[in-house]
Design a protein around this ligand. Structure first.
Ligand code: MN
Length: 203
């Protein structure tokens, strides 16, 4: 059975950029909902219950046809949110240092150019989805969107950073102003975690 991971900080820790009530509902209702529905989808298929989320999210051709959509949506929802919580912290922000900072500059020429591309991707996701910084099969960094709860892992990309742009992630505080939420998010980004994610894939 999959379980909801604890947040590594208090619900109010990201104030004023991300408000306490949004964090509480997002974690305790939305993420919990994905976990519950994933467990329900797998309930009749014990042979799939001990797989990891990356295994499930790259097995759509092998999973029972009747649960592929539920696993895509809810397994993706669980994976994406589990990563997302760790990508934020109190007193985050600034610019990335270390190897990921170097790799971003190498790929996008400047941190600002990367940030602009990431912002544009996040702003232009139509409807619900995510903006990601991923590592492709060649080891290069790219910025990409996904729709709904689709996870980059399904398409062979390794996510190291992602921003949830579903309305449930920002509507209570920012209403229709997604760009304001995106701007605020850079104040809570946890670059040490992005660096760790990068190391875990690149070495
Ligand atoms: Mn969400």
């Amino acid at each position: 059975m999959f379980t909801l991971p604890s947040l590594p900080y208090a619900y109010g820790a990201l104030e004023p950029y991300i408000d306490l009530m949004t964090m509480e509902i997002h974690h305790n209702k939305h993420h919990q909902g994905y976990v519950n529905k994933l467990n329900t989808a797998l309930a009749d298929y014990p042979e799939w219950q001990n797989k990891t989320l990356p295994e499930l999210l790259t097995s759509f051709d092998k999973l029972p046809q009747t649960i592929v959509t539920a696993v895509r949506n809810n397994g993706g929802g669980d994976f994406n949110h589990t990563m997302f919580w760790t990508l934020m912290k109190k007193d985050g922000g600034g610019v990335p240092k270390g190897k990921v900072g170097e790799a971003i500059k190498k790929q996008f020429s400047t941190f600002e150019a990367f940030q602009n591309e990431f912002n544009m991707t996040a702003k232009t996701v139509f409807g619900s989805g995510w903006a990601w910084l991923v590592i492709d099969k060649k080891g290069d960094l790219i910025v990409m969107p996904t729709a709904n709860q689709d996870c980059p892992i399904t398409d062979g990309f390794q996510p190291i950073m992602g921003l949830d742009v579903w309305e449930h992630a920002y509507y209570l505080k920012y209403q229709n102003k997604r760009p304001d939420y995106i701007s605020a998010w850079w104040h809570v980004i946890n670059w040490e975690q992005v660096e760790e994610n990068y190391h875990n894939i690149i070495g």
